[in-house]
Ligand binder design. Sequence first.
Ligand code: PEP
Ligand code: MG
Length: 754
Amino acid sequence: MLNILRHITQEVNAASGLQDALEIIVRRVRDAMGTEVCSIYLRDPGEERFIFRATEGLNPEQVGIASLAAGEGLVGTVAEREEPLNLENAETHPNFRFFPDIGEESFHAFLGVPIIHQRDVLGVLVVQQAQRRRFDESEEAFLVTMSAQLAAVIAHARVTGAVLADARSASAPAKIGGVPGAPGIAIGTAVVVSPIADLYAVPQRMVDDRRAELSAFRHALYRVREDIEAVADNLGGELSREDHALFDVYLGILDDSSIGREVVSLIREGHWAQGALSQVMIEHIRHFERMEHSYLKERAVDVKDLGTRVLAYLQDSDKRETQFPEQTILVGEELTASSLGEIPRERLAGLISVRGSGNSHVAILARAMGVPTVMGAVDLPYTRLEGRDVVIDGYNGTVHLNPRPDVLAKFEEVLVSDRELNKDLEALRDQPCITLDGHRMPLWVNTGLMADVTRSLEQGAEGVGLYRTEVPFLLRERFPSEEEQRQIYRNQLQAFAPRPVTMRTLDIGGDKALPYFPIEEDNPFLGWRGIRVTLDHPEIFLAQVRAMLKANAGLGNLRIMLPMICSIPEVDEALELIHRSHREIIQEGIEAEMPLIGVMVEVPSAVYQARALAKRVDFLSVGSNDLTQYLLAVDRNNARVADLYHSMHPAVLQALRLVADAAHAEGKNVGICGELAGEPEGAVLLLAMGYDILSMNATSLPKVKKALRNVNLIEAKSLLEEVVTMDDAAEIHHRLESFLATHGMEKFIHNPVD
Ligand code: PEP
Ligand code: MG
């Protein structure tokens, strides 16, 4: 059974489009179950009807014509109830509806199962048989399993179908859901970044200069031939003549008379060389993979290897030529910080990443840079988007392809209003962050890159609440030496002096792996990360702390902060190491002050031990990104559960309150440096809870300042009292939005445009 399932899914995955996929499903399922009929009905999103889309056994002429509403007939009943219907004799069911032209009168047994993707009923999969009998349990289980497996493939194929429709046709708009990554609207042209030499991630692109593409392809082939011949020569002495002949067969695959010819003919039709190569190679790989004979199946690996080698050469020669349009929307399967570095900032309008979510580090970077971003757009057929007009709504996490003119006009309006708002906010740059009733709230920034420094100072930051020291570690090929670190930290401290700079000790693990220090674990967020790594490697920790202390000499604005603390002994151990470093440096004759030391509260155990922690250190700082992830058991990077990740969940709010009260009970300062601090709604609540410092990305700072300057502390406190009685994050969110709207901040609220 498992094999059959796997085979069908593979075949459907390889289908050329939605209709092809549906036809494969009905044919294969009918064969596998030995029934006489298998059909699929899919919901038409525009009309909310279930349309007869594919069949084996019923009248094919009714495909695309017959349809039912939810609740209508047996198919509509399955869709409405969202559960299987297994009937010995369909006609006797009260909801049975007779369709004269579909040709089902001779089939009595009926089994229908809903096709559901992420709670959305996409359609119904039905098998029918003439014999009056109930399908047995294992048949029902098979169809349910099949349908669950195929739902994602169908959802994906549906979007792909819409995207592949004529780009100029206004009738084919497509909206693909993702997760908000960085706020803002961007209207621009898609440029797809493909990971190095991945045949499956090559964007399809049409070009005018076919001759140049042909010559690039021929050149790449030539280089691959040379490489392989060199390998064959190197092995010369160890190979028999027959073995040697294998290399000739290998090279023959790319000959003009076989695969090579197909690539050339696609290039002649106007495809760019990379796209033509990937299309042809993927087709051949699939062909070999489907073969039963294991020797032939293995050839798929050879074809893939050759294709990848040619692609690598093509990418090499194209790299130098990528032209970025003026409003580039960078699209990729998994965008990384380094992919952002390749494009000039003034041309970068927006980002779309198929994987990851709003709390992935690339999204945090995008927010810091002020680039509207959508993450986790899992159904986006991103390789087909090259050169397409795209709108992204970073507020709501949606991507719009071929938007209707009225929708486009609305997005343009939002863009204009955002620009006006930004101008308004610029005027606040030198104003203090002070509430209407005179309460002062220090607004600090989170930094990592050197570019953050200028932006932060421009926005009027009063200090750095989180300097992510792992960023300079990530950008290198080995651990930076103590002296290299000292210089980096010195630059940061000097740039902000006399304002305080809070440096967090190395926080790697989780989703932050150093290329030269890989950590592979099944559950990285519950594994070796943050302080756990550095306490196990005191040599790394000591070098970092020494570098920080030395960099602070003569400036005195350093604060040190420890990430991922989950128990008291970790703090005691870290403090001991810090004191030891300090003593050593003094002995070396350097005048180093002892900085303030703080602990990050980002796991639930630290919330409950906040008082004991506060007793030991000078300040606490809440990392609400991780705290939310650990309190709600929702992976901050997983788009599938992104709608469960609420930093304003009642449990998170209670935890935030507990931490603030615990710190104050010990007479210590408490700040917050998670993304919640950078949301106007969050900032109002944190103000009410008594947080002493809000630290956020530089781009959010003016908005938060504006929000806090528009409220009274007293009012914020009563809002907090009201909100903590609410049981549901969505209700809390609504209440906060209406609060902002009645306090002159309606422009901060962005509802979906359509
Ligand atoms: C946090 O977890 O809230 C935090 C500020 O740290 P990071 O996002 O770097 O994990
Ligand atoms: Mg964290």
